[in-house]
Design a protein around this ligand. Structure first.
Ligand SMILES: CC(C)(COP(=O)(O)OP(=O)(O)OC[C@H]1O[C@@H](n2cnc3c(N)ncnc32)[C@H](O)[C@@H]1OP(=O)(O)O)[C@@H](O)C(=O)NCCC(=O)NCCS
Length: 194
């Protein structure tokens, strides 16, 4: 956890509305992915509140109020579209080490579903992003019946591009996000649900 994360004073009460019920957790060899709950704002400070983790985010690191807003946004999206964003926990320790999920987005005026993930820096380089995103992509294609899932990646984010490649995602095109000064790279996972 970063120094700034220790200084944060997350208000658990304000996240009460974030409890969005049970959906079967996804499990891998080392990880459990489960829906976010009211307690996740605190461990996610080491993810969403860390400038290194948020280096490629337009918004930069989030303070506690913004983390709370982020959690509520994910709850709202899940209630609206059924696309989950999940806490990624270490199966042995139960520790929340990051998140991985499906995000509704619009790219070049087309509605898309993006697989997104971030991990605390102490947990980089262990294959966790690939392991978590692989099970999330399977869930998206098989259980939700999505034929197409994308990943939007900053061209400087070589680690994330490598994860996309390891997941079997194919580079499709460069595209401009509104307000950006340079294009992101779009990777795509295509699979029929059957
Ligand atoms: C990007 C991120 C999710 C990767 O997580 P991770 O658990 O370390 O990923 P994995 O271990 O599954 O795989 C990373 C791969 O990228 C490679 N990699 C990492 N950093 C790299 C870099 N700077 N240049 C080239 N390759 C790099 C690793 O060697 C590994 O490939 P390998 O297995 O062939 O050796 C993690 O670093 C992170 O949370 N970063 C900040 C948030 C972020 O960028 N999220 C994605 C937004 S699109």
């Amino acid at each position: 956890m970063t120094e700034s994360s220790h200084d944060l004073d997350f208000n658990e009460e304000s996240a009460d509305a974030v409890d969005y019920g049970a959906t079967t957790p996804l499990t891998t060899e080392r990880l459990t992915l489960r829906l976010l709950d009211t307690t996740d704002g605190i461990p996610l400070q080491a993810v969403l509140g860390d400038p290194d983790v948020m280096k490629f985010s337009d918004d930069g690191p989030l303070d506690n109020a913004k983390i709370d807003g982020w959690l509520k946004q994910q709850k709202q999206q899940y209630e609206t579209s059924g696309h989950p964003v999940m806490a990624v926990t270490d199966r042995e320790s139960g520790e929340v080490i990051g998140y991985c999920g499906l995000f509704d987005c619009v790219i070049d005026e087309v509605s898309e579903v993006e697989v997104g993930f971030r991990f605390s820096s102490a947990n980089w380089g262990k294959g966790y992003a690939t392991e978590a995103a692989a099970v999330m992509l399977d869930y998206a294609h098989r259980n939700l019946g999505l034929n197409r899932v994308v990943a939007m990646i900053d061209p400087g984010n070589e680690g994330s591009q490598r994860v996309a490649e390891k997941l079997g995602m194919a580079y499709e095109k460069d595209f401009m996000m509104p307000g950006y000064s340079y294009p992101d790279r779009l990777y795509v996972s295509k699979r029929s649900a059957s």
